[in-house]
Structures are given as C-alpha cells and as structure tokens.
Design a protein around this ligand. Sequence first.
Ligand SMILES: Cc1cc2nc3c(=O)[nH]c(=O)nc-3n(C[C@H](O)[C@H](O)[C@H](O)COP(=O)(O)O)c2cc1C
Length: 255
Amino acid sequence: MKLETPGLNAEHEFTEAARAAVYNAIFSRRDVRGQFLPDPVPDAVLSRVLTAAHFAPSVGYMQPWSFVLVREPAVKERIHAAFREANAEAAQMFEGAKQEIYRELKLEGIREAPINLCITCDRDRAGPVVLGRTHIKAMDIYSTVCAVQNLWLAARAEGLGVGWVSIFHQAALRETLALPPRVFPVAYLCLGYVSHFYQRPELEAAGWRQRLPLEELLHFDRWGEDGGEAAEALKRQVRSDQNAATSGGTFPAKE
Ligand SMILES: Cc1cc2nc3c(=O)[nH]c(=O)nc-3n(C[C@H](O)[C@H](O)[C@H](O)COP(=O)(O)O)c2cc1C
C-alpha cells in the first residue's frame, strides 16, 4: 500500500511495509553482549552493513570514518585484556548494591563475536577548515557516531547483533590497533549472528535504569518551558507512541 505524504511523489515515498521496517529496526535494535554465535558473517552481508555506515551524514561531507576489522584471536585477546583492566577499575566506581549488579553484568562480547570492528574518526580527513566544522570541532566525531548508528540499524535488519564496548583506556585501543595520532577510536563494536535479541535493553531488565518518559524530555522554545495546553496533544501522542514502541516494536499504519 502507498502512503500519501505531503510534497512527495510516489517514487520517493516509502510503502507502508518499508516504513514499518524502518521503525522495526529502530525499536528492536539491541546492544548485544552475550548472545553471539560463532557462525561466520559472509562478506556480502558485512559489505552491506559497512556500506550503510559509509552512507551516514557527515559535517562538510567529511566522511571522517575508517573501519578497522578485527578477526585475529590474538588481537581480540589483547583488546579483551584492556577491557578487563578498565572494567575492574570501573566496578570500583560504583557503591554497594550497584557495584554488585555491575559485577554481574556482561558488558562485552569481544572474544565470542566473530568480528570486532573499530570505527575511527580521522580528525584531519578534509584539511584544516571544514565546511560546517569551523566553530565546533567535535562535529567530525558526531558524524562518525552517525555512521555507527547506520551500521547498527543495518545490522539489525540483517539479523546481526552489535555490541558497543567503551570500557577501555583509549591508549590501549590505539596501541593495539596501531592507530596514528590523528585517528580517534570512536566505537569498538562486536558483531555477529546471535541466538536471539532481547525485547528490552539488558540494563533495563537488570534494574540498572529504565527508559525515561519522552514527554518529560520535551521543552518548548526555551529550556524548562512545558508548552502549556498547546503541547498537550503532542505529549499524549508521544506517551502512546512510546508505549507502542516498547511493547510491539512498531507503529500502527500512518494516519
Ligand atoms: C556510546 C555507547 C557506549 C556503550 N558502551 C557499552 C559498553 O561498554 N558495554 C556495554 O555492555 N554496553 C555499552 N553500550 C550499550 C548501552 O548499554 C545500551 O545501548 C543501552 O543500555 C540501551 O540498550 P539497547 O542498546 O539494547 O537499546 C554503549 C552504548 C553506547 C551508545
């Protein structure tokens, strides 16, 4: 079935099924740590998710990302050792019961995932002055994060799990992967087929934190302004959409 979107002619419009698939990928994407299968990821599939990452938006069309694919067990072992060291330090930073929960959490799948992938940002990729990045230098990092998210969603559509591991001293990552100084490691990802995807974030299920109500995160025109009565309909709608996204993973047909 075709939608009727203002301003779009039919060839640019998503079908209802395509639109639902996009939301389904967004709502059912999970951070995966413990469910990786050893099955190899075919190059054709890997190529598609990398291509999805490469089609991310970037400041000044800088495309600052590169992709370090890690498959050698020896390299994974070194990365895992770096994780263990940082994770032991991290555990100490939480008090009492939180520390106990923290120690129970599995926060990486480095050795089990058939592919590890470091997505980096070359801070000099497009010369010293980059369109759009003249005043906020971190825009190249934000662009790289967009590539990570593209890959994460494409992976979900391919039935691949992705887990982001950030508990490292960056120097250890840099050294193990031989990154040049201008290249910044943005994301260290574990990637592979999985036995299943959880319906809820694992941290939510473990009682660490719950998803915040979106309506409480909305401000109108200025920080702290609740928008008054004119905002009520939108707030009601986001409440209902958040419930739908939480329970079913998609939205009903477009009105
Ligand atoms: C920047 C970033 C860093 C993260 N680092 C870790 C990590 O080191 N270990 C881990 O288990 N999960 C990590 N995560 C995953 C989050 O815990 C996860 O996204 C969050 O709990 C929500 O769950 P969901 O992704 O399944 O929806 C990271 C996520 C992001 C975006």
